[in-house]
Ligand binder design. Structure first.
Ligand code: HEM
Length: 526
C-alpha cells in the first residue's frame, strides 16, 4: 500500500460510490428527467398538479435531508489516512495491526469540538475530539479520544449533567459554543473532580492553531492482552510531528469572526497541497501486577500517568493523506465507539469508559436511524460481515440461505463460530469480587494534586493566559455565589491564581475562605 491516499478502505469506498459527471438527470427510479425547471401545472399559470411525482419526489427528499447532529462533538472535520507500525508490540498484544513491523492499516480520523452545534466556529475554547477508526484485518478498531489527557468527571452517570451544563441554556439557547455561562460554572464549581480538566480547558490547549498541531489521548486506561493472556494497562498518546501550537484568545476571536471554518479549511488545504498531517502514536504500558503502585487510581479518568514515571514509547506513525469525497457520507455518517475492539485490546473498569460502552451505539441508533448503520460505506469493516442478524430499517446486505439461527442442523448458509485457536475476540479474564455498591472508590478522592501539577508545569506566559481565560469566562457568570465557589476551588490549586481571579472579578478577597497556603515565589512575575 503506497502512502498516497489509496488503500483498501478507499478502494472499498470507490467501489461503492458513483459520479454524476456527464450523466443525465433521473428520478430515484432511474427515469430520465427532461425538464428540471418547471413543475406540472394546469395551464400556464397553475395551480400545480398533485400528480407531479417528479416535483413531489424532489421536494420530499429535500425535506428529509437533515439527520440529527451528534449530541456532543457535532462540529467536526475528517480525513482518510494510514497508520504504519514502527515498533512491534508482539510481546504485549495479540492485535495484528500492532505486531507486524511496517504494517500499514487504513484509517479515517474525525476531529471535533464538543459543545457547539454543527455550524459553530472552529476556534471556540473547548476540548477537541480526536477519533480514529482503524480498518484492521481483524475488524474495525476505534480509538475515540480527545486532545486533553483527562476528563471532567469520574463516572458516566454524571455525563448528561455535564453536557446539560455546558450546552446552551434551555430557556434561551445561549451561549452557542462557549463555556462562559452560569450553568457551566455552576456545575463545575460543585464538582471538585473536574479541576484538573478545568486547568487544561482554561489553558492554551483549548484553542489549537490547527488540528495538525494538537496532541491526542485515549484518556482512559485500556488493556493489551498478549498471546499468553497476560494484561498490561495502556494509555494511548498521539504526538503531532509539527509540534503543539495554539493561538492566543484575541487571535481566536478575530479568526472566528473572519473564518469560522479555520481548522476545517486548514486540514483540507494541507491535505490537498500534499502537506500530509502526521502524528507519532505512543503508548504508556503498565503491567497488570503494578496496577496499585501509583498514588492515584489507573481507572480514574481525571488522572494522567506522569511521563517521568512511565515514559511514552512511540510505536507508529499516523498520516492523513486523502480528503473525503463527500462530507455527509463520510465525516457525518461515521460512527465511532470506544467498544469497537480487536483481539488483544480490551477496555478497563474505568467507570466513565464503562458508560461510554453503552452510549455510542445507543445514540447512533437515533442519529443514523437504523440498526444497520454498520452497513453505511464509511462504517463497513474490510472483512465481510457474517452473522445471523437480519432485517431492520434500510438493510443493504442480501444474505442468501434458509437459516439465520444457531445452533442448527440444516446448514443452509449459517456462519459458524470461530474456535479460539483461529482467533476471535476473548475478553481478558479478570478476577472480580466485592459487594454490589453505588459509590465512588476512595482511591478516586484526590482532585487537586494533578491539577496543581499541570498548573505548575505552565510557563509564565501560559499561566497568564490561563488566568485571563478564567477571568474572562467567570466574568460572564451572573450569579456571585458561583464565582466565589470557583475562586474557592482555585485556591486549592494555586493561591495566587485564586487571588488574581478574585481580584479581577471584583470579589471581596478577605471574605473568602482561603486554605492555608502561601503565595508562590514567582507570583510577582505574573
Ligand atoms: C462523541 C457520549 C466521554 C470522546 C460522543 C457521542 C456521544 C458520547 C453520545 C456522539 C456519538 C455519535 O453521535 O456518533 C459520551 C459519554 C461519555 C463520553 C456518555 C462519558 C460517560 C468521552 C470521553 C472522550 C470522548 C472521555 C475522550 C476520551 C468523544 C469523541 C466523540 C464523542 C471524540 C466524537 C466522535 C466523532 O467524531 O464522531 N460521545 N462520551 N467522549 N465522544 Fe464521547
Amino acid at each position: 500500500m503506497k502512502n498516497d491516499g489509496h488503500n483498501k478502505k478507499t478502494e472499498q469506498l470507490d467501489s461503492l460510490s458513483t459520479s454524476n459527471e456527464n450523466e443525465q438527470l433521473t428520478t430515484n427510479q432511474g427515469l430520465k428527467i427532461n425538464n428540471n425547471q418547471d413543475s406540472l401545472k394546469s395551464g400556464d399559470r397553475g395551480p400545480t398538479l398533485l400528480e407531479d411525482f417528479i416535483l413531489r419526489e424532489k421536494i420530499t427528499h429535500f425535506d428529509h435531508e437533515r439527520i440529527p447532529e451528534r449530541i456532543v462533538h457535532a462540529r467536526g472535520s475528517g480525513a482518510h489516512g494510514v497508520f504504519k507500525l514502527t515498533k512491534s508490540l508482539e510481546k504485549y498484544t495479540k492485535a495484528g495491526f500492532l505486531r507486524e513491523l511496517g504494517k500499514e492499516t487504513p484509517v479515517f480520523v474525525r476531529f471535533s469540538t464538543v459543545a457547539g452545534s454543527r455550524g459553530s466556529t472552529d476556534l471556540a475554547r473547548d476540548v477537541r475530539g480526536f477519533a480514529i477508526k482503524f480498518y484492521t484485518e481483524e475488524g474495525n478498531y476505534d480509538l475515540v479520544g480527545n486532545n486533553m489527557p483527562v476528563f471532567f468527571i469520574q463516572d458516566a452517570i454524571k455525563f448528561p449533567d455535564l453536557v446539560h451544563a455546558v450546552k446552551p441554556e434551555p430557556d434561551n439557547e445561549i451561549p452557542q459554543a462557549a463555556s462562559a455561562h452560569d450553568t457551566f460554572w455552576d456545575f463545575i464549581s460543585l464538582m471538585p473532580e473536574s479541576m484538573h480538566m478545568i486547568m487544561w480547558l482554561m489553558s492554551d490547549r483549548a484553542i489549537p492553531r490547527s488540528f495538525r498541531m494538537m496532541e491526542g489521548f485515549g484518556v482512559h486506561s485500556f488493556k493489551f492482552i498478549n498471546d499468553e493472556g497476560d494484561a498490561h494497562f495502556v494509555k494511548f498518546h498521539l504526538k503531532p510531528k509539527l509540534g503543539i501550537h495554539s493561538v492566543a484568545w484575541d487571535e481566536a476571536q478575530k479568526i472566528s469572526g473572519v473564518d469560522p471554518d479555520f481548522h476545517r479549511r486548514d486540514l483540507w488545504e494541507a491535505i490537498e497541497n500534499g502537506a500530509f498531517p502526521e502524528w507519532d502514536l505512543g503508548v504508556q504500558l503498565v503491567p497488570e501486577a503494578d496496577e496499585h503502585k501509583f498514588d492515584f487510581d489507573l481507572l480514574d479518568p481525571t488522572k494522567i500517568i506522569p511521563e517521568e514515571e512511565v515514559p511514552v514509547e512511540l510505536i507508529g506513525t499516523l498520516t492523513l493523506n486523502k480528503n473525503p469525497d463527500n462530507f455527509f457520507a463520510e465525516t457525518e455518517q461515521i460512527a465511532f465507539h470506544p467498544g469497537h475492539l480487536v483481539p488483544g485490546i480490551d477496555f478497563s473498569n474505568d467507570p466513565l469508559l464503562q458508560g461510554r460502552l453503552f452510549s455510542y451505539t445507543d445514540t447512533q441508533l437515533s442519529r443514523l436511524g437504523s440498526p444497520n448503520f454498520h452497513e453505511i460505506p464509511i462504517n463497513r469493516s474490510l472483512n465481510t460481515v457474517h452473522n445471523n442478524q437480519r432485517d431492520g430499517h434500510m438493510r443493504q446486505q442480501i444474505v442468501k440461505g434458509k437459516v439465520s439461527y444457531e445452533p442448527n442442523s440444516i446448514g443452509g448458509g449459517c456462519p459458524f463460530q470461530a474456535m479460539m485457536k483461529e482467533g476471535g475476540f476473548a475478553s481478558h479474564q479478570e478476577r472480580i469480587s466485592g459487594s454490589k455498591v453505588r459509590e465512588r472508590s476512595k482511591s478516586f478522592v484526590d482532585h487537586y494534586s494533578q491539577a496543581k501539577l499541570f498548573y505548575n508545569s505552565q510557563s509564565t506566559p501560559e499561566k497568564m493566559h490561563l488566568q485571563n481565560a478564567l477571568i474572562f469566562e467567570l466574568s460572564k457568570v451572573t450569579i456571585p455565589e458561583i464565582r466565589e465557589r470557583m475562586v474557592g476551588q482555585l485556591a486549592f490549586i494555586d493561591m495566587f491564581l485564586a487571588w488574581r481571579v478574585a481580584e479581577k472579578l471584583g470579589l471581596e478577597v478577605k471574605k473568602l475562605d482561603w486554605p492555608n497556603q502561601s503565595l508562590p515565589a514567582d507570583s510577582n512575575l505574573i
